[in-house]
Design a protein around this ligand. Structure first.
Ligand code: SAM
Length: 450
């Protein structure tokens, strides 16, 4: 029997007396498991299990068919395993999803849930739905008024929605087009997440669609890459295209009056974002970047330790998740790229702790912040803070966001080989097999009738 134990005096503090985490060896990438810092490879990289502020051991559980045999006196503890028969052999269990032992361990410590917002497709879509309501309440009216004023001086607008997810920004854009006096608009949604786009499409009643009524437009071969149709959004006739691919390569679809991205700008390095906005937008066009995370998460009311926990979470987003949350720097880089900031207004999320979106944020904080304390003197405190956060039902998270409306420069961006594409291998051009010889492409022509 392969068994590896680390016992620390801390274990009793976060788990019941003589408890430990039992990790099914089947779920461990055990190379090397007897190194100085034993680690487990999980979905977010290598995580040293031996920094856990409690005892753990790897356990061989023999599973044959639907039954499991444990080749030892059954140890006391919480078993973490992806295998149902292995879990059935123990009274207290946490399921390991998607090889994420780190999450399972943190869930066993009650710092987060056992499943993520992104662990399953349905869970991810439920996350998008809960988030959309929070976004809608948060978006800045001032920024929207500036967007409407920009639209008023042009033709029926052509929008591209970068990282469109479930198309949650579409109703806001349609209302802006209507407020600017238009009855029609063109909207291209691009995201890598096919399931999110599909869910967004399912919410709409798309007419004139070149796919059969019951068909899945993003799954069929012919419309796998792009679908078009029209739909009525709040009285605005919208011509809609949906593309599963890299949003930053959407210039394959020509130039846009408004380049949008809801909760997107902080995911992209500002230098690349500035370049792409100019490349995707028409000269003199507009960029609308609502719900751009500004780097700070707060709790009302605070409790002892909550500030420290949330600072660690914000650092996790910056340093581990590589988000770009310095809005002042983004603005500076946009201005350096001859863009004009037309509006910069706050759009803070207010997320009630008893509401449908709070469990996601609690989960993100527990999962992202707590391990940053492991191996240090505050590891146990961090576990306690995260547990306290999980239990708190009254109050709210306040997440600092900014809505930006940006005027794009009137001059076309000079074409150089170096600025052509940020990642050639991931480009829409390749995805769509389009010969990108023209900067403006008429997709209807290219794809032809169904
Ligand atoms: C925070 S979510 C926002 C989704 C949606 N705009 C909303 O607010 O609900 C970010 C989205 O951007 C997508 N994304 C990130 N980088 C992308 C890229 N380079 N190309 C396409 N999609 C991307 C992700 O798949 C995800 O759906």
């Amino acid at each position: 029997m392969h068994c590896h134990c680390t016992a620390t005096t801390m274990s009793t503090a976060v788990l019941a007396a003589d408890d430990q985490l039992l990790v099914d060896s089947h779920d461990l990438d055990t190379t090397p498991l007897n190194d100085e810092r034993d680690g487990v490879t999980h979905s977010q990289g290598k995580w040293p299990l031996d920094t856990l502020p409690c005892a753990w051991r790897s356990l061989d559980v023999q599973v044959s068919g639907a039954a499991a045999a444990v080749d030892m006196p059954r140890p006391r503890g919480i078993i973490l395993s992806s295998r149902a028969p292995a879990r059935e052999a123990f009274p207290r269990t946490v399921c390991v999803y998607q090889a994420d032992v780190r999450r399972a361990a943190l869930a066993a410590l009650e710092c987060c849930g056992a499943t993520a917002g992104g662990a399953s497709r349905d869970a991810r879509l439920a996350y998008f739905k809960a988030k959309a309501a929070v976004d809608d309440a948060a978006r800045s009216d001032e920024a929207l008024a500036v967007l409407v004023a920009r639209l008023q001086v042009g033709e029926a607008p052509r929008f591209v929605d970068l990282g469109a997810g479930t198309l949650s920004l579409l109703p806001t854009l349609a209302r802006a087009a209507k407020a600017a006096g238009f009855e029609t608009m063109d909207y291209v949604a691009v995201d890598r997440d096919r399931a999110a786009l599909r869910a967004g499409l399912a919410k709409l009643e798309v007419e004139d669609a070149p796919w059969l009524q019951d068909a899945d437009p993003l799954a069929t071969r012919q419309f796998d890459k792009l679908v078009r149709g029209t739909c009525d959004i709040d009285g605005v006739q919208c011509t809609l295209s949906v593309v599963a691919g890299d949003a930053l390569d959407a210039d394959a679809f020509g130039a846009f009056d408004v380049v949008c991205g809801n909760a997107f700008a902080d995911l992209i390095r500002p230098e690349i974002l500035a370049d792409r906005l100019r490349r995707l937008g028409k000269p003199g066009g507009t960029a609308y970047l609502p719900i751009t995370f500004a780097g700070t998460t707060e709790l009302e009311p605070r409790f002892a330790g909550s500030d420290e926990l949330l600072r660690a979470y914000d650092e996790h987003l910056d340093e581990d998740q590589k988000q770009y949350t310095d809005v002042a720097r983004l603005v500076q880089i946009l201005e350096r790229n001859e863009c004009t900031i037309l509006s910069r207004d706050s759009s803070d999320w207010r997320v009630p702790l008893d509401g449908p979106f709070a469990p996601y944020l609690k989960d993100f904080v527990g999962l992202g912040a707590v391990p940053r304390f492991f191996g240090g003197p505050k590891a146990l405190d961090a576990v306690r803070w995260a547990r306290a956060l999980q239990k708190q039902r009254s109050g709210a998270f306040v997440v600092r966001n900014v809505d930006l409306v940006v005027g794009l420069p009137a001059e076309e961006i000079p074409e150089t080989r170096g600025t052509r594409s940020h990642r050639r291998g991931d480009s829409l051009t390749q995805l769509l097999d389009l010969a990108r010889t023209k900067s403006e492409c008429d997709l209807a022509d290219m794809l032809g009738a169904p």
